[in-house]
Design a protein around this ligand. Structure first.
Ligand code: ACO
Ligand code: PYR
Length: 606
């Protein structure tokens, strides 16, 4: 136990000691806290209230261990989270429902193992609740909870999700509610109806029975020792349609002993002003902690969650990367850093914030989805600069075109090269690629002009760093390339039902010629094999270079089969990855251009 307290850091221990010894605590404008700790003889070893929440934070403090840590004196410290009683209390609790509401998203299907891996990652990151699934829905979710029982989560509390009891069924006889208890989670979250239209048209029951379904289910779960979160489905639409009935449902939940009342914008069509106003009403009507759960149907999922937090909600539900039914749920990879950095409220541990991008990529990887480059905060393009004037300004002062330091969420700044570049883009990118170059380098203008000319011809250097580096190298260092292709020939022959592709290539290396012939699945594959064979004699390391992607883009589709073609190739040597580009009216020529650049850049990399 002592170790756990010490793990919190000296600042927190002083703060707890101050509380326990009846000392004084003053927040300074610098953000630090001035603390007076009285004599440890007066240390109040009563753990006090809030054991439940201290468990939730994973940092229970026991009186004895605290007493031994009480050092009387005055301290000025930096506290990671506000302290309430004997536990660290975040101002905003993060409830992750990636594994339940997130899996309701199109194209998302997690296995039990996927869910366990994501749950572990979320716990390490420091979310407060993980909603693992709906045990009453399917055997996979039952298995998840059975497996999760064996795991020890450090920080997060696991929640099982379900609904209020079925109409006309006593709660203790409802199978779905029984399965919620059998999941053996500390937290159970149930959803119920707030909107009379749903009560009448979907549940097809009476308003009174719906109130009974809410109250009975919450009371039963509380009687069984659960921490109960009630998700008031269609809360805002329900309130707008019949405020009195919506409030009656909240009161039913409160009277039954609910721990958190979560207001849900289930259809995701509300405005931040409405969400804020109704959150304020809920706060004034019930005396329980208020949560918010929003969807992104009109692109306001995050804005609505923040509006509710501003209006007094202190618990926010959402998913990593915004997965979820239809257009998705409120995206936690936006909510978390916005709460922490913009609203300046504590939520997850500060040390986790630079791991946000990694968490986002991890979940996409498990879901087998491509990471969205335009995702706010964590996308690869979130801090990429393309316009020349922007790059020029960022070079002088990063905050001129960046709302925050990208490293604060584990992201990084990238500079893109295109025909919108200026000298600053070239300098920054070339330096990143390892060239010694600055604004005074005489070849700078030449490099910029050459890039603009080639982009006009159809080249695209944004993702083709290999070709870009070779171009800069040629213009800057005037060095001979490691090899030159003197000529080539490809043939495609059909022999009954089998087509045979052959390529011949002649390569010049340091004045010596190599002439090779190879077959392949297609003409480009045959050329690739012939080129490798020719180079292998001089550069055995070419064997390590692998092509990982090959993309063809027709640039002027109106020209039919004579259209100009851009070929983009991605390569790796097992350690680094690079992209190269070739452009021609002839697809074989364009492919060879990208292939030659790939080999040349790979050889330069040593
Ligand atoms: C807003 C949300 O995201 S809530 C979560 C939604 N998620 C899911 O639905 C995914 C998991 N769902 C499932 O696996 C299945 O739908 C189950 C197991 C829950 C139910 O399956 P079934 O028993 O075959 O019923 P079905 O899905 O066809 O219909 C839902 C039933 O639940 C009832 N129901 C809906 N909400 C509630 C509620 N809050 N409390 C009680 N009953 C409810 C409906 O009225 C309907 O019953 P009825 O047709 O007798 O009136
Ligand atoms: C509970 C829930 O998922 C919703 O109302 O959207």
């Amino acid at each position: 136990m002592k170790k756990e307290v010490a793990d919190l850091g000296g600042a927190v221990v002083h703060d707890l000691a101050c509380h326990a010894t009846g000392g004084e605590r003053k927040e300074l404008s610098s953000g630090k806290v001035e603390i007076r700790v009285n004599s440890s003889k007066n240390c109040n070893t009563d753990a006090g209230s809030g054991m439940e929440r201290s468990e939730m934070e994973g940092n229970p403090i026991e009186g004895g261990s605290l007493q031994s840590l009480c050092i009387p004196g005055n301290f000025t410290v930096d506290i990671p989270f506000p302290i309430e009683g004997n536990f660290m209390k975040p101002e905003v609790e993060i409830y992750d429902t990636t594994l339940r509401d997130g899996s309701q998203g199109e194209g998302i299907n997690f296995s039990v193992m996927d869910k366990l891996r994501i749950a572990e990652k979320l716990d390490q990151f420091g979310v407060h609740y993980i909603e693992g699934g709906w045990p009453g829905s399917n055997p996979k979710d039952i298995e998840f909870f059975a497996e999760a029982k064996r795991k020890k989560f450090k920080k997060a509390r696991l929640a099982a999700f379900g609904s209020t009891r079925r109409k006309g069924v006593p709660v203790e006889q409802d199978d779905q509610v029984r399965l919620l208890l059998e999941a053996e989670t500390p937290v159970v979250t149930i959803y119920g109806k707030t909107w009379l239209m749903h009560v009448k048209e979907v549940l097809r029951t009476t308003p009174e029975e719906n109130l009974g379904m809410i109250a009975d289910t919450i009371r039963y779960l509380k009687d069984n020792g659960k921490f109960v979160i009630y998700d008031a489905e269609h809360c805002f639409d329900g309130y707008k349609s019949d405020a009195e009935y919506a409030i009656a449902t909240w009161h039913a939940a409160e009277k039954a002993g609910v721990d958190i009342l979560t207001l849900c914008d289930t259809n995701g069509g509300c405005l931040p002003t409405e969400v804020a106003e109704i959150t304020r009403v809920a706060r004034s009507k019930v005396n329980v902690k208020i949560g918010i759960h929003t969807h992104d149907d009109i692109g306001l999922g995050v804005a609505n969650a923040l509006a509710s937090l501003n209006a007094g909600a202190t618990h926010v539900q959402g998913t990593i990367n915004g997965y979820g039914e239809r257009t998705g749920n409120c995206n936690l990879t936006s909510v978390i850093p916005t709460v922490a950095f913009k609203m300046k409220k504590s939520c997850v541990p500060k040390a986790s914030l630079p791991k946000l991008k990694e968490l986002s990529q991890f979940v996409d990887e498990i879901a087998n989805l491509r990471h969205n480059p335009r995702q706010p905060w964590v996308g690869s393009a979130a801090f990429s600069h393309k316009g020349g004037t922007h790059v020029n300004a960022v070079q002088k002062l990063a905050s001129s075109y960046e709302h925050i330091d990208p490293a604060s969420v584990g992201n990084n700044r990238t500079v893109l090269i295109s025909d919108l570049a200026g000298r600053s883009n070239i300098v920054m990118k070339a330096q990143e690629l390892g060239f010694k170059i600055n604004n005074e380098t005489p070849e700078l203008k030449l490099i910029l002009n050459r890039i603009k000319e080639l982009e006009h011809k159809g080249y695209e250097f944004e993702a083709a760093e290999g070709s870009l580096a070779l171009l800069i190298q040629k213009l800057l260092k005037h060095e001979e390339p490691p090899f030159k292709v003197e000529g080539y020939e490809t043939t495609v022959r059909r022999d009954r039902s089998i087509s045979v592709c052959q390529a011949m290539i002649k390569v010049l290396v340091k004045g010596e010629a190599a002439h090779t012939v190879a077959e392949g699945d297609g003409p480009v594959n045959a050329l690739d094999s012939a080129l490798r064979q020719a180079l292998a004699r001089f550069y055995p390391q070419v064997k390590k270079i692998q092509l990982t992607d090959y993309k063809v883009r027709i640039l002027d589709s109106g020209s039919g089969t004579s259209a100009k073609t851009r070929v983009f190739i991605e390569s790796t040597n097992g350690k680094d990855e690079w992209g190269t580009v070739g452009v021609s009216d002839n697809i074989i020529e364009a492919s060879l251009g990208a292939l030659v650049d790939s080999m040349e850049y790979g050889l330069l990399k040593k």
